[in-house]
Structures are given as structure tokens and as C-alpha cells.
Design a protein around this ligand. Structure first.
Ligand SMILES: *[C@@H]1O[C@H](CO)[C@@H](O)[C@H](O)[C@H]1NC(C)=O
Ligand SMILES: *[C@@H]1O[C@H](CO)[C@@H](O)[C@H](O)[C@H]1NC(C)=O
Ligand SMILES: *[C@@H]1O[C@H](CO)[C@@H](O)[C@H](O)[C@H]1NC(C)=O
Length: 422
């Protein structure tokens, strides 16, 4: 016999499917084809059929007797992390060649920074732009950019984190600008600022859609500070693990918040620079980076639970964006022509594990964008020496167009799903 939960799950999936059809962005594009049935076996289908007929009969009787009855199923909300669609985890799958990519030309997008425009910086092979992420049991919906812009009208989206957040911000703007006629007049940075590596805030305004897409640089998410008095000489600055970044009050008032952090939690970017951890007034000189990262994430989680308006704001956290450094000191970078066929262990990351674990324990709903496994294959997609400085190879950042566009295709499908919009 099917449990109540399983039946609910079925109806829910059906409802979702229906909803996705209604929402499906355009005829040209593929719809989600998750396999929804709890079990494929004939027996369970028969049982399910019988059960559903019985349920239907009961429901009809009920509606006949109480005509104003509203089917309970309408009130269900799909859990925001998509937990109830277990067979369609969009973050596990493969890259397959697809000539319809890339989604835009970086040289024609003023918000793709020069350092990520690999073609403009001399990269000659283009194959790396022509891969589509194919989740194991479903498709990421391709979208019609005009419809998306319409649905995002009046919204504010903020990306918060390190330069990988900036890349995703740039990618989303370039994707959405494809739907804007008068690009120069309609889409602009609100302070007229240019993109630089250290800039702390960039806000792009799509004026005809009253849509804002912001980027805040906050590489640790918690508050950096100066060394306390009487601290040992080697301490030049600290990271206040128990205090959310002061800038959070500027980004909190958004409809969508997309966070990341990870690439700066390394000894070279911390201890070698004289930066140590602090909680309250005490220095934590012996604290390891993993513990510190978890502590900072818990501070972030508490901030989400106590400060973010759940009625308005939907929160995402992107996991570690795989890098492809090699060699003993992980200081060598060789961009390949094709993606790796195997992930070679890069589909796991301690940073990602910590993020997933902290989010799992939260009371507030947060969607994890688990991009680690998909990035793990893409040894071909990094900036390498086709950046704004040819003398240093880069196996952390990605070329645009490229992998961050896929993060955005997934993000958009989640943002526009039932729970994303009223
Ligand atoms: C991209 O845009 C640049 C500048 O307009 C142009 O020279 C180039 O041919 C375009 N590339 C493609 C693949 O269309
Ligand atoms: C969110 O909405 C619920 C129900 O409409 C309401 O009770 C609650 O006060 C709202 N919370 C905030 C922070 O606006
Ligand atoms: C490139 O990086 C090297 C090493 O950090 C630096 O010395 C050089 O000035 C940089 N060049 C440019 C053009 O930024």
C-alpha cells in the first residue's frame, strides 16, 4: 500500500509538472522531463491507479456534497530545495556538445569584464563554449529572455561574495541584455562605475523593466577588522567570525540573494597576509580554516534566520566553484581543449560539504546551488592565460560565455519556479 506521503509526492510532482508546463518559457525550448513516479513497477502503478480512482471518486462525492470544497492539493508548497523531486537533481549529470551555445557574445556585452573574455584575449579554440549541462534525469529548461525579463520586472537580485559571484553577476546581465533593444540606454551601472577587481559594489539597472542586479564584494561574508591592541606582531588584520559583514544592510532588501564564499579561505590569502580569526574580543590564533569557515557560515545562517524577510527574499548559496590547479603546490594551470571525462575527485570539496551541512541545519529555507560537481569536469573552461594579465595563468576563474552561464540557467529556472514568484 502506498503511504500517504508517497501519494502526496505523486500529486505534488504532477502539480509541479503542470505548473512547469504553464511556466515553460517557450516552444523552442525543452521542458523538464523528470520521472515522477514513485515506482516504475506495474504493481505499484495498478495500486496507484486504484488508489487514485478511489480518491477521485471520493473527491467527486465530496465536491458534490460540499460544492465549495477546495482540493487540498492546491495548498501544498513544494519544499524550496526541491527535495520532493528526488529523481531530478539538476546538479548531477554530464556535459554534452551543443551547437546552440554560447548564449551571448562577450565582446558585445559591456558587463563581461575584459579579463574573462577569453576570445578577445586571444583564445582561438571555441569548443569550450559549446557544451550544455545535462542533468541525469531531466533537462534544464531553456528560456525565452523576454518572458524572463517580464517575470523579473520590479525585482532586485543581489550577488554577494568573491570574484566568482562577480562572474555570475556579469553572466546574468549579459544573458538578460539579449532581450533588451537599446542596450546602451536601457542598461547601465547606477553610479557609472567600471568593473574592477576590488570594487565593493556594482549595481546594474535594467530601466525599462525596473529590474536591478547588484554585486557586493564580501569575500568572507563576515566582517573584516583591524588587529586588536596588544596582538602579536604577525597579526595585521582579523576576520570577525561572529559578525556579519556590515555591508549586509545594503544588500538585505532584495528579492533574491545569491551568496558564495570559499576561494579566500586559504592559508595564502589569510595567514600569509597576517590575517587571523577573531570571535568577540579574542583572537583565535590556533583556529583552523575549516573550523573558521563553519563558524562564519553559522553567523551567516543566523543572520538569514533573524534578519532576512522570508516573505520577500529568496536565498541561494552557491557551493565551491571547482578550480583546476595542478602540481605539488597547486600553482600550475593548464587549460585543456576538452572537458575532463572524469571529475578526478574535484566533484567533492570540503568547502561545499560545510555549506551543505550548515544549510541543512537551518530553519529558514535556503537553496544550495551545488555547482561543484558540474565544474569539476570543466578543465577546459578556465581563463588560463587568456586573461587581462598573460603573465599569470588562472585556473580558478571561468571564461565568459561559459560555465557561469549554466549556473544562471539553473538559477533562473529556480527563481521562476512556483516558489520563486508570487
Ligand atoms: C562577437 O562580437 C565581435 C564584436 O562585435 C565580433 O567581431 C565577433 O565576430 C563576434 N563573434 C561571434 C562568434 O559572433
Ligand atoms: C510574513 O507573512 C506572514 C503571513 O502573511 C505574516 O504573518 C508575517 O508577519 C510576515 N512577516 C514579515 C517579516 O513581514
Ligand atoms: C601581471 O602580473 C604580474 C605578477 O603579479 C605583475 O608583476 C604585472 O605588473 C601584471 N601586469 C599587468 C599588465 O597587470
Amino acid at each position: 500500500m502506498l503511504s500517504k506521503f508517497e501519494v502526496e509526492q505523486c500529486s505534488l510532482s504532477k502539480l509541479r509538472e503542470f505548473h512547469e508546463r504553464v511556466l515553460s518559457f517557450s516552444d523552442r525550448f525543452v521542458k523538464i522531463h523528470c520521472k515522477h513516479y514513485v515506482s516504475e513497477s506495474i504493481t505499484s502503478r495498478v495500486v496507484l491507479g486504484l488508489f487514485l480512482s478511489f480518491f477521485l471518486a471520493m473527491a467527486c462525492t465530496y465536491i458534490f456534497v460540499f460544492p465549495r470544497y477546495q482540493p487540498a492539493v492546491r495548498t501544498y508548497r513544494v519544499h524550496q530545495s526541491g527535495d520532493l523531486v528526488p529523481k531530478c537533481n539538476v546538479f548531477y549529470g554530464n556535459w554534452i556538445p551543443d551547437e546552440s551555445y554560447p548564449l551571448y557574445n562577450a565582446s558585445q556585452c559591456p558587463f563581461a569584464e575584459r579579463g574573462f573574455d577569453c576570445v578577445a584575449n586571444g583564445r582561438r579554440d571555441r569548443g569550450y563554449q559549446k557544451w550544455r549541462w545535462k542533468p541525469k534525469n531531466c533537462e534544464i529548461p531553456r528560456f525565452n529572455v523576454h518572458e524572463i525579463l517580464g517575470k523579473l520586472r520590479g525585482k532586485r537580485i543581489a550577488f554577494v561574495g568573491d570574484s566568482l559571484s562577480r562572474t555570475q553577476w556579469e553572466s546574468l546581465i549579459c544573458i538578460l541584455m539579449q532581450g533588451v533593444q537599446d542596450k546602451r540606454r536601457d542598461v547601465y551601472e547606477i553610479n557609472g562605475n567600471k568593473i574592477t577587481k576590488r570594487i565593493r559594489f556594482l549595481g546594474v539597472w535594467f530601466s525599462s523593466y525596473n529590474l536591478r542586479i547588484d554585486y557586493y564584494r564580501s569575500v568572507f561574508l563576515v566582517q573584516p577588522g583591524s588587529a586588536p591592541r596588544h596582538a602579536p606582531k604577525r597579526v595585521k588584520s582579523t576576520i570577525r567570525l561572529d559578525k556579519m559583514d556590515d555591508m549586509s544592510k545594503e544588500w538585505i532588501d532584495s528579492d533574491f540573494l545569491i551568496f558564495n564564499s570559499g576561494h579566500w579561505w586559504t592559508p595564502t590569502k589569510l595567514f600569509d597576509m597576517g590575517c587571523y580569526f577573531q570571535t568577540g574580543r579574542s583572537l583565535k590564533l590556533g583556529m583552523g580554516i575549516t573550523t573558521a569557515f563553519r563558524t562564519a557560515l553559522k553567523t551567516w545562517a543566523t543572520w538569514v534566520e533573524t534578519s532576512v524577510n522570508r516573505n520577500r527574499t529568496r536565498v541561494f548559496f552557491r557551493t565551491f566553484e571547482s578550480s583546476h590547479w595542478i602540481g605539488r603546490n597547486r600553482n600550475s594551470c593548464k587549460v585543456t581543449r576538452l572537458p575532463w571525462l572524469k571529475t578526478k575527485g574535484k566533484d567533492r570539496s570540503r568547502i561545499s560539504d560545510t555549506i551543505i551541512d550548515v544549510v541543512k541545519k537551518m530553519r529558514a529555507p535556503v537553496t544550495v546551488l551545488h555547482v561543484t560537481p558540474m565544474g569539476a569536469f570543466r578543465s577546459d573552461a578556465h581563463v588560463g592565460t587568456w586573461s587581462d594579465n598573460k603573465s599569470i595563468a588562472d585556473c580558478s576563474h571561468w571564461c565568459l560565455p561559459g560555465v557561469p552561464d549554466t549556473w544562471n540557467e539553473i538559477l533562473l529556472s529556480m527563481m521562476l519556479s512556483k516558489d520563486g514568484m508570487e
